[in-house]
Design a binder for this molecule. Structure first.
Ligand SMILES: Cc1cc2nc3c(=O)[nH]c(=O)nc-3n(C[C@H](O)[C@H](O)[C@H](O)COP(=O)(O)OP(=O)(O)OC[C@H]3O[C@@H](n4cnc5c(N)ncnc54)[C@H](O)[C@@H]3O)c2cc1C
Length: 400
């Protein structure tokens, strides 16, 4: 422990762990991050960062560089799976900046992880420990003792579990049921923009919605690449041996039989497709357990249908650091963090679940019923009710 400030251990160097570390280091805390991988890696795919997430990135000094590498999509729209009939979802770019103070960005995941990692490295180049899988921890004599898989034990004043959906820290604290496959999977690919016909080289996020799945595409990396993310309902996961695998284009085409030709153009243009199982867990009623707490996917893993999992993890990190700054007692700080974040995390997960029928409704088989359903469920007011409470949150000033 340095001076009187707690020494904080972080399990997991993903987006959430790195943002939390940067926010804590900024406030003068001693931080050590233990990441199982031998190098920091993110899947080469896209991610949407809404204004509330960009605010959190700005708070830790990671926004500017990321913004320059991202795309500011002009708007989001929904299209019917077979006809391609289009409805505006919401405006992005200048409208978002005017309304929320930050844009809605579409980002290449490795760029996002690098931006938060660089923020950590600028503050303390020794904070990150790679090749350091966390195996277990105990709380004893007012300290946390974290054991790594290599047998080493590290002692600190608090442990933050940022170790994702299969969290070890969650197992050692909440000890609830393991993640489940929810009967849905996703095909993911990144496509060089130039491989697409000119009419598809557009700066907007498109959501094809259909009876058993939905297909999202949006540009990344200043418009060099198009992200493809195609969700499909599947009763069983069909790639035993792991939750992700390289997939065959033929199978992907079959999954979207009868869908708009642009969907098949995207599938054909992808150099490779990865299939990926979604995983979900029951909502928690606690994020804080004595001197340990959970953050990001370890406490609120979500279907990504509001595009908020990482964004909320970024917010968690900033709010956590503010709580440590405000409350000198570790347990009090973690309880304040839980109080500030629990309802928001669980509401976001529930809101994402509620999107399933909106994205995959049987009504979409019939054009007349589809029109009625979309006019109701995707009206301006309905969309505002779903997103406004998310986008307007300010992690720098929210009550703690
Ligand atoms: C298809 C898809 C699309 C998505 N789209 C969006 C989107 O548009 N916008 C959005 O905001 N969110 C989106 N999400 C959600 C987002 O990806 C996650 O919410 C986010 O990655 C969570 O970050 P995290 O740091 O909590 O966990 P992770 O990203 O899972 O990071 C956990 C880290 O912990 C490490 N780790 C795990 N166990 C251990 C251990 N025992 N010891 C040490 N290290 C360990 C891992 O190696 C990893 O580095 C999407 C998710 C999916 C699946």
């Amino acid at each position: 422990m340095s001076g009187t400030k707690p020494h904080i251990l972080i399990a997991g160097g993903g987006i959430g762990g790195m943002c939390a570390a940067a926010a804590l280091l900024q406030r003068g805390f001693e931080v050590d991050i233990f990441e199982q991988a031998d190098e920091l890696r993110e899947i080469g795919a896209g991610i949407q960062i809404s204004p509330n997430g960009n605010r959190a990135l700005d708070s830790v000094g990671a926004y500017e560089t990321l913004r320059q590498l991202s795309c500011k999509a002009e708007r989001k729209e929904v299209r019917l799976w077979n006809s391609g009939k289009t409805w505006k979802l919401f405006d992005l770019g200048p409208v978002a900046i005017e309304r929320y103070g930050y844009p809605y960005l579409t980002v290449y995941r490795p760029d996002l992880l690098k931006s938060v990692t660089d923020a950590v490295m600028r503050l303390d180049p020794k904070a990150l420990h790679l090749n350091s899988k966390c195996a277990s921890f105990v709380e004893k004599d007012g300290k946390v003792h974290l054991t790594l898989e290599n047998g080493k034990t590290v002692t600190g004043d608090a442990l933050i579990g940022c170790d994702g959906v299969n969290s070890m820290v969650r197992r050692c604290t909440a000890n609830d049921s393991p993640p489940q496959f929810p009967g849905m999977m996703i095909w993911r690919g990144v496509i060089p923009l130039k491989a697409l016909p000119e009419r598809m080289q557009i700066s907007m996020a498109v959501n094809y919605i259909g009876p058993n799945g939905h297909v999202v595409h949006y540009p990344l990396r200043d418009g060099e690449i198009m992200n493809l993310a195609a969700t499909r309902e599947k009763p069983e996961w069909d790639a035993p041996g792991g939750w992700m695998a390289e997939g065959a284009k033929k199978q992907c085409h079959e999954d979207y039989e009868g869908w708009h030709e642009d969907v098949h153009i995207l599938i054909d243009a992808a150099p490779k497709l990865i299939k990926w199982a979604y995983l979900v867990r029951k909502p928690l009623q606690r994020y804080a357990y004595g001197r340990a707490a959970l953050l990001g996917d370890s406490c609120h893993p979500t279907l990504p249908f509001l595009a908020q999992g990482a964004v909320i993890a970024l917010e968690d990190g900033v709010v956590l650091a503010r709580c440590f700054e405000k409350y000198s007692d570790v347990e009090e700080a973690l309880t304040a963090y839980e109080r500030a974040r629990l309802e928001r995390g669980n509401r976001m997960v529930a809101g994402s679940n509620d999107m399933v029928p909106r994205f995959h409704n049987p009504a979409y088989r019939d054009p007349v019923k589809a029109d009625e359903y979309i006019d109701r469920e995707w009206s301006g007011e309905a969309i505002a009710a779903r997103y406004e409470w998310l986008f307007t949150y300010n992690c720098d000033t929210a009550p703690i």
